[in-house]
Write a protein that binds this ligand. Structure first.
Ligand code: UDX
Length: 463
């Protein structure tokens, strides 16, 4: 099998490399000059565990190639995948399909024979039909079949999600598309993976519906967390008790500061718009979006309350910036809004993230000090805020925190620390949906006095 993958970003690069691992020959088209140069030179412009090695192996085997124009990619291919960006359109939540239709226009000019066009990117319901109509008009001389093959890749585990999927969804009305995609995924189906064939519109909607349902689970448990705090219950135990019901399942029931990333915020808003436009508004998903946005904003208030009502002049150490661990992606990360609001309230922020700081610099206030490791960020801070649950932060003990911090306040927005151990060490620990310690008390009087910079020249922006 020979396929072209239009787009070498999170979806296209991972999917292309994995298709090569399944035995296909893949030509990935990356139009962005910087990304193309990086890929051509063997550098991976995104962080995804295992991706660099996977690309290197299959490129060396001659199954993975990179070009920067569609013309160079489509000769003799069995299928063309569209994996270009479909960001939220400014202001109204609809998906911006300009990159999709630009690619379709270029394909119309480049194709020399019948083809199968497969949307891999998340596209609004009906996009496949629009592409088919465009192609019939632009190239009436060619037999073009359009299919939908949505991805269900989580950043940080994308390769595993591709190679061991719960199912492969294929929306295809034509026999050729079904045959080609069945052959392409045959290495997975022979391992027992289900290939689910549906109509085009159903496949397109499955992606939005699945992501919105997962987002709904998150907003649900986040609301339960707030209720737990009022009732003296523990949301981690609540989630465990709920998740033991196999009909509910334990995943996506971890309370936190709200969901971020390049998908959930975009896809839930897009589904709201799609449903409104179709005259079947989804009030549930509208509420999921509203709950999530309000929650991200509320997190700053928690930090301020834990610091006695004001963070002015206080030094706050932030651990974790990316929207989730094992990625460098800062898109819609809760940390962005939290830090901006804390700086607006006069806090002095030190921050550390294992992978996200290069991207974070462009999205956070210039006054934020980026540190080389967690200890540097914590050192001398009045309070610590854990925003992203990177594995290395779970290794921090109460003794580590007491040794580094000037104050004794820890706000844990991911419930990774043990409240009992924290409180036994004299730390005023604030989790999410967990019994809170008494209001700020004498133990943390140090955190009541504004932080004073030691008398020394401050030359470094990174500690
Ligand atoms: C998601 C979907 O899981 C994936 O199937 C789809 O293809 C793309 O979007 P991703 O956005 O990479 O994947 O990450 P995910 O692990 O789903 O987390 C999304 C957000 O939800 C993150 O901000 C994460 O912190 C948050 N989350 C996740 C929670 O707050 N609680 C949870 O229990 C799980």
């Amino acid at each position: 099998m020979r396929i072209a993958m239009i787009g070498g970003g999170y979806v296209g690069l991972v999917s292309g490399a994995c298709f090569a691992a399944l035995g296909a020959t893949v030509v990935i088209v990356e139009a962005d000059e910087h990304r193309f140069n990086a890929l051509r030179d063997g550098r991976i412009p995104i962080y995804e565990p295992g991706l660099e090695e996977l690309v290197s192996i299959h490129r060396a085997a001659g199954r993975l190639h990179f070009v920067n124009t569609i013309d160079e990619a489509v000769d003799g291919v069995d299928a063309v995948f569209l994996a270009v960006g479909t960001p939220s359109r400014r202001g109204d939540g609809h998906a911006d399909l300009s990159y999709v239709f630009d690619a379709v226009d270029q394909l119309a000019g480049a194709l020399t024979g019948p083809a199968i066009l497969v949307t891999k990117s998340t596209v609004p319901v009906g996009t496949g039909a629009r592409i088919a109509t465009m192609m019939a008009s632009l190239r009436p001389d060619l037999a073009i079949e359009v299919a939908s093959n949505p991805e269900f890749l989580r950043e940080g585990s994308a390769i595993s999600d591709f190679m061991r999927p719960d199912r492969v969804v294929i929306g295809a009305n034509g026999a050729c598309a079904r045959a080609v995609l069945s052959a392409l995924y045959q290495p997975l189906t022979q391992q027992g993976v289900t290939l689910l064939f549906t109509g085009l519109e159903t496949a397109e909607l499955i992606k939005y519906a699945a992501n919105s349902f997962l987002a709904m689970k998150i907003s649900f448990i986040n609301e339960m967390a707030d209720l737990c705090e009022k009732l003296g219950a523990d949301v981690t135990q609540l989630a465990h008790g709920m998740g033991l019901d196999h009909r509910i399942g334990a995943q996506f029931l971890h309370a936190g500061p709200g969901f971020g990333g390049s998908c959930f915020p975009k896809d839930t808003q897009a589904l709201v718009r799609i449903a409104q436009d179709a005259g079947a508004p989804t009030r549930l998903v509208e509420t999921v979006v509203a709950v999530n946005e309000a929650r991200k904003a509320a997190m700053t208030g928690r930090v301020i309350a834990a610091c006695g009502g004001s963070v002015r002049g206080r030094r706050i150490a932030v651990l974790g910036l990316t929207f989730k661990p094992d990625t460098d992606d800062m898109r819609d990360a809760p940390a962005i809004g939290i830090i901006h609001r804390l700086v607006d309230e006069g806090a002095i922020i030190t921050a550390y993230d294992p992978m996200g700081m290069d991207h974070a610099r462009f999205q956070l206030p210039a006054r934020v000090t980026f540190c080389a490791d967690a200890q540097s960020a914590l050192r001398g801070a009045d309070a610590a805020v854990l925003i992203t649950e990177w594995a290395e932060f779970r290794a921090l003990t109460p003794a580590d925190l007491c040794a580094a911090l000037r104050g004794r306040t820890v706000i844990d927005l991911r419930n990774i620390f043990d409240p009992t151990a924290m409180q036994a060490a004299g730390i005023a620990y604030y989790g999410i949906g967990r019994p809170q310690p008494p209001a700020i008390n004498q133990r943390d009087r140090r955190a009541q006095t504004p932080y004073r910079e030691p008398r020394r020249e401050r030359s470094l922006s990174v500690l």
